[in-house]
Ligand binder design. Structure first.
Ligand code: MG
Length: 265
């Protein structure tokens, strides 16, 4: 098979690794892209880690990665706010990855009367956090959500994600956030702009139909589904039905992904 995409946006958890365990072929896939000089970016909904921490996590598993190859939903959220609401004052609810991204974008923090509440995963979220968010948004602050994931896998079992915290804020305010991460096209648009390519020249590689593949379709990109995580040959038809999208290419392993995208050059 031969494909004509010029660059790739690659999901992380479930596509290149599970937690701290590398998925077979992930290191060869990235090395293959580097050898063929095929541009790519790592694109993750996870807002808790900084790009430097994501790159270090990948390197720790033997996957070559540089900080400037990582796009997080936190960095895309900061860029979204800095571009569209440049002088706004921000109240972040989140972890280091989000706080650092907002600071790097030159945004000003304001915990009294913010123009924008931007929320990601916050493992120190309390009743007080919810109260403050509800009051700020109730008083007219815009509401930006880094990513809508409800649950995250972890070594100990499922953990509530940013989307679950957001459900509480939405219940308290009746306000729907602007969503940046997958399946929204905003994170993809940010990553595509960094590549400097047209949407149709780029393909998304991921394991999740409802986030990765839906985001790729929403952004007008190609899509490659890797059956390395959430989606299996057996549940794929169900996901096609519930997500309403279909991947351009389905690969059962990362070796197959590599053959598809590196084989033709
Ligand atoms: Mg994934």
């Amino acid at each position: 098979m031969s494909v004509s995409w010029k660059a790739y946006l690659i999901d992380l958890d479930g596509t290149l690794y599970h937690g701290t365990r590398i998925i077979p072929g992930a290191d060869q896939l990235i090395n293959g892209l580097l050898e063929k000089h095929i541009p790519f970016l790592f694109v993750t909904n996870n807002s808790s880690r900084t790009p430097a921490a994501v790159a270090a996590h990948l390197q720790g598993m033997g996957i070559p990665a540089k900080e400037d190859e990582v796009c997080t939903s936190a960095v895309a959220a900061a860029e979204y706010i800095a571009t569209r609401m440049p002088d706004s004052r921000i109240a972040p609810i989140g972890e280091a990855g989000l706080i650092e991204a907002l600071q790097e974008a030159g945004l000003t923090m304001d915990f009294e009367q913010p123009d924008v509440v931007v929320q990601g995963i916050d493992r120190n979220f309390t009743y007080e956090t919810l109260t403050r968010a509800a009051r700020w948004i109730g008083a007219g602050s815009r509401y930006v959500l880094t990513n809508p994931d409800l649950l995250l896998p972890s070594q100990e079992g499922l953990m509530p994600g940013a989307g679950t915290l957001s459900a509480a804020i939405q219940a308290a305010t009746g306000v729907k956030p602007v969503v940046i991460g997958k399946p929204s096209e905003h994170l993809m648009n940010y990553a595509i702009a960094r590549l400097g390519l047209k949407h149709e020249e780029v393909a998304v590689i991921g394991d999740n139909m409802q986030t990765d593949i839906a985001a790729g379709v929403n952004a007008g990109c190609g899509t490659i589904l890797a059956l390395t995580g959430v989606t299996t040959q057996d549940n794929l038809p169900d996901f096609v039905r519930t997500s309403g999208v279909k991947p351009d290419i389905v690969c059962s392993s990362l070796q197959e992904v590599q053959n598809v995208i590196c084989g033709h050059k």
